[in-house]
Design a protein around this ligand. Structure first.
Ligand code: BGC
Length: 952
C-alpha cells in the first residue's frame, strides 16, 4: 500500500472511530464474553452457557434486553448473520447462565458469537467483540482411537518404592495435502504429555486430571494447526502413572496391602488428531496398534515420590520426523470399558502460575546446598547444571528448616518427594524439570553439585489455572501477609482437586477442608469451572447408602469399601461438602446447573441423614459410634474441650436442609423447597430441645462419651458450651432474635474467658468471626484477627509463615516444632476460611441475589486496631470495590458497583453527616434510602461512589 493510501485509510478509520464514539458514547457494551466460564474454550455441553459483563459511562445503568448472534463462521458473525442462532431481542436483564438455544451443534464445530445490549432507556449499544467456542467430541463413537501403552512395570530398581520407568510412544505420519486446521484430542488413564514434531502441545500439567477412572475419564482438546506441517510429522506421547496407577494418599503409611495401582496398572493413552485439508477433506490420525513404544529416560515417576531422569538415556530426536523406531516395541492396546464415560475436562488445567528465584542459597555440607525460594508453594523446579556424565543431582524438598539448618522432611511421612537428575555431561549445560510430579515446599536441598548459583534452581508454582478475582489490602502489614498466605495456600492446594495439603503422602480431596473453605476461595479466584469438575468427582464418589465420602475422588475396592484405608467412609462436617459446595457455587455464580446435576445425589444424602437420625431430627450423643474415628472428625484441631461431634452433626443436618430449601427454590422445585424448610425448622427445634438447657446454653451428656476413647482428642473431654457451638449456631441461622443475641454474648464471653483467644478447630473457626460480627461483638472479632499470639493466624505470620498452617502452632520461633511431625503441614488452607469474613465483613461485600446481581456493602469498622481496608472482587457480574478509611473523626468509603447490579450500601452514620460524590444524599437520586439511628442505607445501581461520613 502506498503512503497516500495508508494516510487516507488512517484518516477514514479515525473518522469512523469518532462517529462510532458519538453514536455509542453513552452505549452499554458487553465485554468479557465467556462460554461455560471460559474464554474461547472447547466445550462438550450441548447447550453451553454464555456470559458477559457490561460497561457503560452512565451511572445506574441496567440492561433491559439483549441479542445474541451465533454463527458458523467469523465472517457471518462479523456481518451479524446468526445462522446457528439469532436470539432476537430478548427482554431480560440476565447476562450470565444463558443457555445457547440455536441449531444443534455437532462434534468439532466452532461457532462465533457476539452480543449487544439495550440499556435502561431502551437504547441499543454496540455489538461486543466476537468470541468463539468449539465443540469437543460429543459422543463416545466420535472416538476412533484406541487406548495404548507399554507395560514397563517389571523394570523398577528402587528397593523401598515400586517405581517403574515411563514409556515414550510415537508415530510418524505423512501429510500429502495442505492442512487447513488440526485438532488434538488427548486422554490418558494415567498422565500424558503430548508432543508434535518435538513441541509440547499446550502448557498444561497432569492431563487429564484425577477422576474415578472406572466411571469417567477426561480428555483435553487443543488447536494444533500451527504444529503440523506438510510432509512427515511425528506424534509423540510420554506417559506416567499419576493418580491412576501411582501411589495415592497414606496407603503406604497406614499399611494398606495395596499402595498404588488403585485404578489400573499400566498407564494408557488415547489420542486423536483430526486434520482438515484446504480441499475440504478430513483425516484422522489415532492411537492404535501401529504406534511404537520405548522406555524413556524418566526412569522413575510418581506424584508423591518424585522423579528420576537419566539424561544419558535420552533418545535424540525420538519425537521428531526422521527418527528410526524400528527397534522400538509394539504397543499394547486395550479395549475401552463400556461404562466409562470420556468427557472434555471441565475444570481449569494445571499450569505454571508463577516463578520464584532463590532468596538465599545456604551451603549445608559436602556438595550440599539449601535453596530458599522465599515462598511456600506447590510445584516443581527448573534445574540448570553443568557437569560430567553420570553426575547425579538430588533434589529434596521441604517447607521448613530445623533450627540447625537441616531440611524438615519428617512431615512428608512416606512421600519420598525427591527428584534425581543424572547428567549426560553436555559441555553447554543441561536444563531439566520434572514432568509428572509436584511437591509442596519453600526449600530445596540440592546435593551433588560443588556450586549452586541463583540460576541453578528456579521454583515453578503449579496450580489449577483459576483466574485471580480478588484483592485485599489494609494498613496492617500482618493482615496483608495473612491474605497473601491464604491465596498462596489456595494455589498450592487447588491442583485439579481441592487437596488438604500438597506435600505429604496425602494430597486428597478432603471434603471437610473443601466445604469450610469454598466460600473463601470464591473471593480469591474464579473457581466456577474448578468446582464444576470437583463436585462431579464428589457425586461420583458418593457411597451407595447416600453418604458422601470424606475425600473425593475416592478409590474403592468395591462399591462399599475405600481402597486407601478401609475405614475412610464418611464423617459429619466433611460429607456435607456434597451439599455446601454446590450451594456456594450456585450462590456465587448464579449457577443452577450444578444444583440440577447434583440434585439426586444431594437428596440421597438428605435421606441418608434422615435414616441415620431415626426420624428424630437430632443426632444425640453417640450417634456416630460406628465410624472411625467415632463421631467423625468433629471440630478437628480445636483447642481445649471438644464440642460434641453429634451436636455439630445436628447443626450441619439443619444447615443442609436450609441450603436444600434455597436450592430447590432456585431450580423451581417449590414443594421440595417447602419440605426442606419444614425439615430445617424441625431439626432446629429438636436440637434446642436436646442440646440446650433452660437458659438456652448448649449442654451435652458427657457420660455417653465415657473416657472419650475412639473420639478425636476425646481425652480432652466434651462440652456443649463452646465457642464452636455458638459460632455455628449463629452462622447457620439456628438461633434467632433474643436467642441469637444471647448466643452472641456467650460466644464473646467464652472468648473473653479464654484470655481473649479462640479455641476453635476446622468447623468452629470459619463461623467464629462472622458470628461475633453479626451479634455486635465487632471489636472482639477484630482483636482475634489482629492477634499475633497463639492460637491465631497472626501468630503464624509473626513466626515467618508465607502460607496457612495445618495447626495453630505448627511451629514457633522459640520452641520450633512441638508437634508430632506426622501431621504438621505448612500448607493447609482450612484455617484460611477466615478469608470469607475478611471480604464479607471487613470489606463488607456480601451477595444478596445469586451471582452478585445485587449485593450489600456493609463493612464492620473496629474502634481500634485498623484504619483502612480496601478490597476488590470481580464477580460474574463485574468488578465490585469496597474500601474504607478512617481519617480523624471522618470515614471515607470508596465503592464501585458494576453495571446491571444494585448495591445496598450501609453507611455507618446519620444521613445529614454523609456526602456521596461531594453532595448530600438526595433521596430521588437513589433507588432507595433508609435512615436509621446510626446507619444510612442507600440502594443504588452502577457507578463509583466516594462517601464521606463526617464527625463520627
Ligand atoms: C487432613 C485433613 C483432613 C483430616 C480429616 C487429615 O489428615 O490433612 O485436613 O480433613 O485428615 O480429619
Amino acid at each position: 500500500m502506498e503512503w497516500g493510501q495508508t494516510k487516507k485509510k488512517t484518516i477514514w478509520t479515525v473518522f469512523l472511530f469518532i462517529i462510532g464514539m458519538n453514536l455509542y458514547a453513552e452505549g452499554i457494551l458487553p465485554v468479557n464474553l465467556r462460554t461455560e466460564y471460559k474464554i474461547n474454550p472447547f466445550v462438550d455441553v450441548i447447550s453451553p452457557r454464555l456470559s458477559w459483563e457490561l460497561t457503560s459511562p452512565v451511572n445506574n445503568q441496567f440492561q433491559s434486553a439483549y441479542q445474541i448472534i451465533v454463527s458458523s463462521s467469523q465472517d457471518l458473525c462479523a456481518s451479524s448473520k446468526g445462522d446457528t442462532w439469532d436470539s432476537g431481542k430478548i427482554e431480560s436483564s440476565a447476562t450470565n447462565q444463558i443457555k445457547y438455544a440455536g441449531k444443534e451443534l455437532h462434534s468439532g464445530m466452532r461457532v462465533w458469537w457476539k452480543v449487544r445490549a439495550w440499556d435502561k432507556n431502551g437504547d441499543v449499544g454496540p455489538w461486543s467483540e466476537m468470541a468463539y467456542w468449539e465443540m469437543g467430541l460429543l459422543e463416545k463413537k466420535d472416538w476412533k482411537a484406541d487406548w495404548i501403552g507399554l507395560d514397563l512395570r517389571e523394570n523398577f530398581t528402587d528397593s523401598e518404592y515400586d517405581l517403574p520407568p515411563t514409556p515414550y510412544l510415537r508415530k510418524n505420519i505423512q501429510l500429502r495435502k495442505e492442512v487447513k486446521s488440526a485438532r488434538l484430542y488427548i486422554s490418558a488413564l494415567g498422565l500424558v504429555e503430548f508432543k508434535i514434531n518435538g513441541n509440547k502441545v499446550g502448557n498444561d500439567y497432569f492431563v487429564p486430571g484425577w477422576t474415578d477412572y472406572n466411571e469417567r475419564v477426561y480428555y483435553q482438546a487443543y488447536d494444533v494447526t500451527d504444529l503440523i506441517k506438510p510432509g512427515e510429522n511425528t506424534l509423540g506421547a510420554h506417559l506416567s502413572y499419576g493418580w491412576y496407577s501411582g501411589y495415592l494418599g497414606y496407603a503406604l503409611l497406614v499399611g494398606t496391602s495395596k499402595v498404588r495401582d488403585f485404578y489400573g496398572r499400566t498407564p494408557l493413552m488415547k489420542a486423536q488428531v483430526r486434520i482438515e485439508y484446504t480441499d475440504g477433506s478430513t483425516d484422522y490420525i489415532v492411537s492404535d496398534k501401529d504406534w511404537k513404544g520405548c522406555s524413556s529416560p524418566l526412569i522413575e515417576s510418581d506424584m508423591l515420590q518424585g522423579e528420576m531422569y537419566d539424561a544419558r538415556k535420552e533418545i535424540a530426536g525420538w519425537d521428531k520426523p526422521g527418527f528410526d523406531d524400528s527397534d522400538w516395541e509394539e504397543v499394547l492396546s486395550s479395549e475401552d470399558s463400556p461404562q466409562r464415560e470420556i468427557e472434555l475436562y471441565p475444570g481449569n488445567p494445571v499450569r505454571v502460575i508463577n516463578e520464584f528465584t532463590p532468596r538465599e542459597i545456604i551451603p549445608s555440607g559436602d556438595k550440599k546446598h539449601i535453596v530458599d525460594l522465599g515462598q511456600n508453594f506447590a510445584g516443581i523446579v527448573r534445574l540448570k547444571v553443568k557437569g560430567n556424565p553420570g553426575d547425579t543431582v538430588t533434589l529434596r524438598y521441604g517447607e521448613m528448616l530445623h533450627p540447625d539448618g537441616r531440611l524438615v522432611t519428617e512431615n512428608l511421612r512416606r512421600a519420598r518427594a525427591t527428584d534425581y537428575y543424572i547428567l549426560k555431561g553436555d559441555p553447554n549445560g543441561e536444563t531439566w524439570m520434572p514432568t509428572f510430579t509436584f511437591h509442596g515446599f519453600q526449600y530445596v536441598e540440592v546435593s551433588g553439585l560443588d556450586e549452586v548459583s541463583d540460576r541453578t534452581i528456579t521454583g515453578l508454582a503449579l496450580s489449577s489455572d483459576t483466574k485471580l478475582v480478588g484483592d485485599f489490602d489494609t494498613d496492617s502489614p500482618m493482615l496483608n501477609q495473612l491474605y497473601s498466605n491464604i491465596v498462596w495456600t489456595q494455589f498450592a492446594n487447588y491442583i485439579d482437586i481441592p487437596t488438604d495439603c500438597p506435600q505429604r503422602d496425602e494430597r486428597l480431596g478432603w471434603t471437610g477442608d473443601a466445604q469450610i473453605y469454598v466460600k473463601s476461595a470464591t473471593f480469591n479466584t474464579d473457581v466456577a469451572a474448578f468446582y464444576t469438575k470437583w463436585v462431579r468427582d464428589l457425586n461420583d464418589a458418593q457411597w451407595s447408602n447416600g453418604a458422601y465420602p470424606i475425600y473425593a475422588p475416592m478409590p474403592k475396592t468395591n462399591l462399599a469399601t475405600p481402597a486407601i484405608r478401609g475405614t475412610d467412609k464418611y464423617s459429619p462436617g466433611w460429607s456435607e461438602a456434597g451439599i455446601i459446595c454446590p450451594y456456594e457455587i450456585y450462590e456465587t455464580y448464579g449457577d443452577t446447573e450444578i444444583v440440577k446435576s447434583s440434585w439426586e445425589n444431594m437428596v440421597a444424602y438428605m435421606e441418608f441423614l434422615k435414616e441415620k437420625s431415626g426420624g428424630d431430627y437430632v443426632f444425640e450423643e453417640g450417634s456416630f459410634e460406628e465410624i472411625s474415628p467415632k463421631g467423625g472428625f468433629g471440630d478437628w484441631l480445636s483447642v481445649g474441650k471438644k464440642t460434641p461431634p453429634d451436636l455439630l452433626a445436628t447443626m450441619y443436618y439443619a444447615y443442609c436442609a436450609e441450603l436444600m430449601g434455597a436450592m430447590a427454590d432456585a431450580i423451581g422445585k417449590k414443594e421440595e423447597a417447602g419440605n426442606y424448610r419444614e425439615l430445617f425448622k424441625k431439626i432446629k427445634e429438636s436440637m434446642v430441645r436436646h442440646y440446650t438447657d433452660e437458659s438456652g446454653k448448649f449442654v451435652t451428656d458427657t457420660l455417653v462419651y465415657g473416657d472419650g476413647s475412639g473420639y478425636v482428642d476425646g481425652h480432652l473431654g466434651f462440652r456443649g458450651h463452646t465457642q464452636t457451638a455458638y459460632a455455628n449456631a449463629i452462622y447457620m441461622g439456628l438461633v434467632e432474635g433474643e436467642d441469637k443475641r444471647k448466643a452472641g454474648d456467650w460466644l464473646s464471653a467464652l472468648v473473653a474467658g479464654n484470655d481473649g483467644k479462640l479455641a476453635t478447630g476446622f468447623l468452629g473457626f470459619k463461623p467464629l468471626l462472622p458470628a461475633l460480627s453479626t451479634t455486635g461483638h465487632i471489636q472482639t472479632a477484630y482483636d482475634l484477627i489482629l492477634s499475633t499470639e497463639y492460637p491465631s493466624l497472626g501468630f503464624e505470620v509473626v513466626n515467618g509463615a508465607t502460607s496457612i498452617w495445618e495447626r495453630w502452632d505448627s511451629y514457633t520461633l522459640d520452641e520450633g516444632f512441638v508437634h508430632n511431625a506426622s501431621m504438621n503441614s505448612f500448607s493447609h488452607y482450612a484455617f484460611g476460611s477466615v478469608c470469607e469474613w475478611m471480604f464479607e465483613f471487613m470489606a463488607g461485600i456480601q451477595v444478596v441475589d445469586p451471582g452478585y446481581r445485587s449485593f450489600s456493602i456493609n463493612p464492620v469498622i473496629p474502634q481500634k486496631g485498623l484504619s483502612n481496608v480496601s478490597a476488590t472482587y470481580h464477580s460474574i457480574n463485574g468488578l465490585i470495590e469496597s474500601a474504607w478509611e478512617k481519617t480523624g473523626n471522618d470515614l471515607i468509603m470508596d465503592i464501585t458497583v458494576p453495571v446491571n447490579t444494585t448495591a445496598n450500601i450501609c453507611i455507618p452514620g446519620q444521613m445529614d453527616k454523609i456526602t456521596i460524590n461531594g453532595e448530600g444524599i438526595k433521596t430521588d437520586k437513589f433507588l432507595f434510602v433508609d435512615r436509621r439511628a446510626d446507619m444510612t442505607i442507600v440502594k443504588t445501581g452502577s457507578g463509583k461512589y466516594k462517601i464521606k461520613v463526617s464527625d463520627r
